[in-house]
Every structure is written in C-alpha cells, then in structure tokens.
Design a protein around this ligand. Sequence first.
Ligand SMILES: NC(=O)C1=CN([C@@H]2O[C@H](COP(=O)(O)OP(=O)(O)OC[C@H]3O[C@@H](n4cnc5c(N)ncnc54)[C@H](OP(=O)(O)O)[C@@H]3O)[C@@H](O)[C@H]2O)C=CC1
Ligand SMILES: CC(=O)[C@@H](O)[C@H](O)COP(=O)(O)O
Ligand SMILES: [Mn+2]
Length: 381
Amino acid sequence: MKEQNLVILGSTGSIGEQALEIVDEHSDRFNVLALSCNTNWRKLAEQVNEFHPKYALVCDADHLDDFKAALTTDVEIIAGAEALGDLAALEQADVILNSLVGFSGFEPTCRALKAGKKVALANKESLVVGGAIINRLLKENTGKLVPVDSEHSAMLQCLVGESNDTISKLIITASGGPFREWTMAQMKDITVSDALNHPNWSMGSKITIDSATMMNKGLEIIEAHWLFDLPLSKIEAVVHPQSIVHSVIEFVDGSSKAQLGPPTMKVPILYALTYPDRISLEAPTLDWTAAFDLNFEPVDYDKFPCIKLAINAIEEGGFKPAVLNAANEIAVDRFLNEEIPYIGISRIIETCLERLHSKAELTIQSLKEIDREARELALTI
Ligand SMILES: NC(=O)C1=CN([C@@H]2O[C@H](COP(=O)(O)OP(=O)(O)OC[C@H]3O[C@@H](n4cnc5c(N)ncnc54)[C@H](OP(=O)(O)O)[C@@H]3O)[C@@H](O)[C@H]2O)C=CC1
Ligand SMILES: CC(=O)[C@@H](O)[C@H](O)COP(=O)(O)O
Ligand SMILES: [Mn+2]
C-alpha cells in the first residue's frame, strides 16, 4: 500500500492527537503533510518536531515568534485561519482529517471536496450546517467523505456489503451523558465540572458539553440524515449507557447489525483513514468471557430538550440547522465561562431559532452570514 499524505486540521485537539498516535503506530502507511492549531502553538510545535510535516498552520497568529522559537525542525509556517481551506486543498494531500471543532470546520470541508480529496470527517458541524451543500459537492466532484464520529463509523461498518435501500431504521446510541440519572430538580444546579464529567469518553470541551445536554445526539441525527441520505423518520436515538454498541442498523427483513467495541475513538479514526480497508490497531478489546451488561432505554426528551430542537431545526430545514449550531456554540461557550446556567443553553438556542429567519439561497457565503447573525444574537440573550 502506498504511503498516504495526511493533512490534520485541528491536530492539537482530542481527535487530532489520537490520529497522530495512530500515525506513530503506522508510520509506514502515513506521511504527515500538514498540521494546524488554533491557539495551542506549544503543542503544535511539539507535534511538528516529532512528525516533520511540510506545513504548519497557526490560526491565531499572536504567538508566531514563540512558535518559531520552539521549533527544532524545518517547516513552512502559515498564519491565519483563512489558510485552513488551502491546506484542505493541497495538491499533494491524499486524505484530509477534519478534526476542527464547530463552524470553523465547514469551509475547509467544502474546499477539500471541491479539490476532489478524501475527507475523514470528525467535524460533524460541517454536515449540520451545510449537509445539502456538501452532498452537492460530493456529486459534482470526485471527493469522498468518510465519517469519523463513532456512531456513524459504526453505521458505515454495518453497511459494508449492504445497499442503502434495504435499511429500515438507523438506531444511534447515546450514552445519556453525566445527567442520565439526575432529576430535573437536580439539573438546576449543574456546574461546569459536573457537565465536563462524561461517563465514557474523554473528548474536547465543546463536544463534552454537547453530550451533557444531549445536543450531540441531535447533531448526530442530522449528520446521519445527510451521510446516509435517509429521512428523519428512519433515524432514531436510544440511550445505551455503556457506549459499547456504537450504533445499530435494522434492515427490511427484520435483521439488525450492530458494531461493538470498548469506547475508543482510535478505531473510527483509523477506519476512516483506511476505509474501505481495515488494518491492525493497538486498542482494547471486549472480553467476551467475562459477564457484562448491555442496557438500552428511551431518550427522555423533556429532560434533554436540545435533541428535539435539533430535530425540529432539520425538519424545518434551510438555515435553521446553521442557526441551531451557531447558537449552541455560543451558549456552550458561555456556559463554560460560567456566564449562564446549564438550563440556559437550550433556552438561548430556542430563542435564536424563533427569532432568526432567512429566505436567502443556501450558499457557503449566506451560511457564514447567518452563522454570524446567530452568534451575535446568542451573545445578547
Ligand atoms: N473528541 C472526540 O472523541 C470526538 C470528537 N468529535 C468531533 O470532532 C471534532 C473535534 O473534536 P475534539 O477533538 O474533541 O475538539 P478539541 O476541542 O479537542 O480540538 C479542536 C481542534 O480544533 C482547533 N480549533 C478550535 N477552534 C478553532 C478555530 N476557530 N479555528 C481553527 N482551529 C480551531 C483546536 O486548536 P487549539 O488546540 O489550538 O485550540 C484543536 O486543534 C468536533 O466536531 C467534535 O464534535 C466527534 C466524535 C468524537
Ligand atoms: C465518541 C463519540 O462519537 C461522541 O460523539 C460520543 O458519542 C459522545 O457521547 P454521547 O453518546 O454521550 O453523546
Ligand atoms: Mn459520536
């Protein structure tokens, strides 16, 4: 197998770091072409010194001199977030791992697909805000999109050898987050550290809060809708507290397939990089000889209104999912800064969805505009 040139956008984050551990394990298979950070120049410098990419992008250029001083190897340094798209479209690149968080990942996904690249997509927000545009780019160009998100990777793995028109239902599993067993009364006093305490996964702070509000499952329903071209009526979320069954597909003959494994993102990251191949990985496995439980329970939509807000937004369509996403990003940020309580997150999103409307044509530019408007509004509520 030829060595693949890999661009990792957001290499200093949780997904980016795990991807580099995989590269380290399979150094004969991957060559790191470019890496990027937002502000964490120290970690980026360490990664550059270890993996010797050709390009290193620091989006926030405030500490560029410190970054240069920390380097012990030659690299072409680029500054400014506008260059994310240029890295995504690099001629020498074979695979772009988009592990950016939030709306910042949307344009780079589009740039990579326009350039006919294979995109390993962790940045679910790309599909949430612009799934229709992304699917059009996939049709018009030779690019490919492979999900990294664990549930969607599970679905893809279950669909090998199957055809999409034999799917009767997608069942997306949700851990239920840290508040699964909390009462509504207890949830009035949630602290930031309570919400960052995910029961099964260690992830970046934005997605960890999304899991705590279960907005993450709402975003994942939208992600599945665009990835597998299925109506919302065929997509269902179910709570599975162990996060071992990563998702289930039910077929038209009543048979179901599921993909299982201990909760580690290394499996879906590697699968996205090598798809349709599967290669070895040093990762924990399930011990089938020991007794263990797999439990399932319905989602409590009253306790976790964010999932319904996401479903309503995609049902309404147009710009609503982009408004939902921008309002959520700001609300999560404000919660993390202790400016608003946990229950304020869904209220801010709901208010933005009620107040913001647009009849403009859906384009990358108009999505950027509505994203900006929704952020401004979400900051004032
Ligand atoms: N972590 C996980 O296990 C999973 C994550 N995902 C999805 O993957 C994506 C990444 O998540 P995760 O790795 O947890 O996130 P992190 O917050 O850990 O990392 C985000 C990365 O993006 C960079 N970044 C953040 N904001 C910007 C910006 N405005 N412009 C440019 N770069 C930016 C960060 O740089 P810096 O370090 O300098 O801040 C960092 O490299 C998200 O969409 C998430 O929903 C999906 C499934 C599982
Ligand atoms: C690991 C991963 O894919 C996350 O998106 C995970 O699903 C979050 O856990 P929740 O199921 O609690 O949202
Ligand atoms: Mn997930």
